[in-house]
Design a protein around this ligand. Structure first.
Ligand SMILES: [Ca+2]
Length: 459
């Protein structure tokens, strides 16, 4: 989903022990569940067939994953509230005409695309049940960056070599990263979702707990078809409205989509050129700097201060090298003056990475560390690079109940973790670090099974 800025789309990835919830197809979106190492927007958990969506239970359960579901308790999701919204649907849609007209939708277009529009109440089941899917960062990255996806990606890039060459030259964005987003979001176009976007966003704009958010998406979707960018019958996607080869949300499409093949239409559904150009444009606007990597796998020295693994503690590559950090296999360190922060997606026992500002550009596409790491790694693999040198540790991801238990146990020992909601935000991470220091564990801030076991065994 090219979409979302940190506040719109909702994708989520996760870091060991944090749930991944998907908004559109692949990426997966942030949500109250995410929180681990990234900040994610309050999201709609979408489920649709797709790649990153494979992370979801409805798609393909994978080993060592845990899926449970927590019903929403939002008052707008109560049966009586849903029935009231459904009964009021036509009036609600009609009341959006001034907003749509102000956004540039023609009067004739509004009538044409809303005539007879009915809500797809089945979508409320998706919205009602927040799938909680926990997966470690390592499992998530390994699942998304499969040999099959690497092979298919190389084929897709070869078939569209001219497009990728032109997109890279025009936007200055690494073609392999653009291709990786295509691969992760929709498996190179083969898994895009089949919900009619106008119907889906119209439903969500008038029924349930995300109405304000989806009013803008619905209006943006109407503009797409009214302007003739994409035929209405082709505008299909996830139940939450993300569509096209790289899963744009309608508002993100309005901001970032481009007509790269020059036929007068911004068709990110049917045109590989438009989709790749639009995705590169989104990354460029997210701050992508030409000629630089998203980040580097690095090896930490035996004795290391894990408190430095903090995205707010950026240092130059020269400073990191002075701390004993090096790249595996004797590869040269990146330019000495480049700034980066240290990310340990699976904690102190897992692989380490130095992330550049380009990693933040990928995060602008979808604010989830594991998602962005999968994109960066797939890009490197498509380019011919090898797998990560350091193995992912054999960890288990904590369930929501276990995360909540961990918070309660920390709180009972006097640590300030904020609400015991099972969502692992910065406050909980800081508390975990403090506890790890006190307990003699590596202070990586990861809410792992090891930390929970330590809390349980202690008194
Ligand atoms: Ca076009």
């Amino acid at each position: 989903m090219v979409h979302r800025t940190a506040s719109d789309r909702g994708h989520a990835g996760l870091i060991a022990g944090v749930a991944i919830v998907c908004f559109g197809l692949a990426g997966c979106a942030g949500s109250d569940d995410i929180t681990g190492a990234f900040s994610a927007p309050p999201a709609v958990h979408a489920s649709a067939p797709g790649t990153a969506a494979q992370a979801r239970p409805q798609a393909r359960p994978a080993a060592r994953s845990v899926a449970t579901a927590t019903p929403s308790t939002h008052p707008d999701m109560a049966p009586a509230a849903l029935a009231r919204d459904e009964a009021n649907f036509s009036r609600c849609i009609a009341a959006l005409e001034p907003k749509a007209r102000a956004a540039g939708v023609s009067a004739a277009g509004f009538r044409r695309y809303t005539a007879g529009l009915k809500p797809d109440i089945g979508i409320m089941d998706k919205l009602q049940t927040q799938p909680e899917f926990t997966r470690t960062a390592g499992d998530y990255v390994e699942m998304l960056v499969s040999e099959t996806r690497i092979r298919k990606g190389r084929e897709a890039m070869a078939q569209n070599a001219v497009v990728f060459e032109q997109v890279e030259r025009t936007y200055g964005v690494d073609r392999y990263v653009v291709a990786a987003i295509w691969g992760i979001e929709t498996n190179y176009g083969s898994a895009r979702g089949s919900y009619p976007v106008i119907e889906a966003t119209g439903t969500l704009a008038c029924v349930g707990r995300r109405k304000p958010y989806f009013r803008d998406e619905f209006v943006a979707a109407l503009r797409i078809v009214d302007r003739g960018d994409i035929p209405e019958s082709h505008l299909r996607g996830s139940w939450a409205g993300a569509f096209g080869l790289t899963q744009f949300m309608p508002t993100a499409f309005q901001r970032d989509a481009v007509d790269f093949d020059g036929d007068g239409h911004r068709n990110v559904v049917d045109s590989v050129a438009d989709a790749m150009g639009s995705t590169a444009n989104k990354l460029k606007r997210g701050g992508w700097q030409q000629g630089r990597s998203w980040g580097y796998e690095v090896v930490l020295p035996r004795r290391f201060d894990y408190l430095l693994a903090d995205k707010n503690r950026r240092k130059t590559m020269r400073e990191w090298a002075a701390l004993g950090i090096h790249r595996p296999d004797g590869r040269p360190m990146p330019p000495a003056g480049e700034m980066a922060y240290l990310l340990l997606p699976a904690g102190a026992k897992g692989p380490a990475f130095l992330m550049t500002d380009n990693f933040k550009a990928i995060l602008s596409y979808n604010p989830a560390d594991a998602y962005a790491l999968a994109i960066g790694h797939l890009a490197d693999r498509l380019r011919g690079g090898g797998p990560f040198v350091q193995p992912w540790p054999d960890q288990r991801a904590l369930s929501r109940n276990e995360r909540s238990e961990l918070q309660k146990r920390l709180a009972s020992r006097g640590y300030d973790v904020g609400p015991h909601d099972g969502a692992l935000g910065a406050q909980t991470r800081a508390a975990v670090r403090d506890y790890q220091v006190a307990a003699g564990l590596a202070p990586d801030g990861l809410a792992s099974g090891e930390v929970l076991d330590s809390l349980r065994s202690g008194s």
